[in-house]
Design a protein around this ligand. Structure first.
Ligand code: UDP
Length: 240
């Protein structure tokens, strides 16, 4: 079931349900893409109709960020759970490993995708890492050809939003992959360059606070986040 939050149609699934749906998509023949919007995406999509369309046309729209969960609650259309993109990504890696499938990692600074790939293969040895490419390329066509030639089943697209979502919507079906996931900074985490918050912080919904402490340069970006809650409250009042 879909639930609309400030213009974005989210899938109301918990982590297990999302993983099951992802596995089904990975087994189907055609191309699918998954997006994991957080409050920053919602604010950006209000000013960028193409971004909003691309998010809403995704095969799965998973709420990554406690701000999305709070906004849904304020609007009176609560979502079951936060599904962090990186956790969905992990679940799809486990699934690909069972199928001995092919993985392509696209994005992040030069060298990061390779390092992430090595770490992933230590944990999922049956995956075939069929290619990597950093995210600072100029020629979109040649990157597309490189991805397609590698014949991936699963593709992580980690270029930051909205670039990664627009890339998947525009080029995804030409890659031959069955499933692409927009995963922001996930390759930096898989490579071990950036740490996620401890589980206790995650459970308290404080992953954003941990990130702010570790990466204070994000303060400007994150200062906008409470705006989403204010907008949700405004929308609620309008609907009454
Ligand atoms: N990135 C990229 N190409 C670009 C811009 C960004 O590959 O043109 C990468 C960047 O190196 C980082 C990721 O995209 O690995 C985005 O990280 P960000 O922190 O913005 O994403 P979040 O984790 O907040 O979704």
């Amino acid at each position: 079931m879909k639930r609309e939050i400030l213009g974005i149609q989210f899938d109301d699934l918990d982590r297990e349900e999302a993983a099951r749906r992802g596995a089904e998509l990975l087994d189907e023949d055609q191309f699918h893409y998954v997006v994991t919007p957080n409050p920053e995406f919602i604010l950006a999509s209000e000013k960028d109709p193409e971004f909003q369309r691309v998010l809403n046309e995704a095969d799965l729209v998973l709420p990554d960020g406690i701000g999305v969960i709070y906004s849904a609650k304020i609007l009176g259309t609560p979502l079951k759970a936060r599904v962090a993109g990186i956790e969905f990504g992990e679940d799809m890696l486990a699934c690909l490993n069972q199928r001995k499938g092919r993985l392509f990692l696209l994005g992040a600074k030069p060298g990061v995708a390779e390092a992430a790939g090595e770490k992933i293969l230590e944990r999922y040895p049956d995956i075939v890492l069929c290619g990597t490419q950093d995210g600072y390329f100029k020629d979109e066509q040649s990157v597309l050809l490189k991805v397609a030639a590698a014949r991936p089943d699963l593709l992580f697209v980690c270029l930051g939003a909205p670039k990664q979502e627009k890339w998947m919507a525009r080029w995804g079906k030409h890659t031959g992959a069955r499933l692409a996931i927009g995963l922001g900074g996930a390759l930096d985490v898989f490579a071990g360059n950036v740490k996620r918050a401890p589980e206790s912080w995650q459970k308290l919904g404080l992953e954003w606070a941990y990130r702010l402490v570790r990466e204070p340069q994000r303060a400007g970006r994150m200062a906008k986040l409470p705006l989403v809650l204010v907008k949700a409250a405004g929308e609620k009042v309008k609907r009454k």
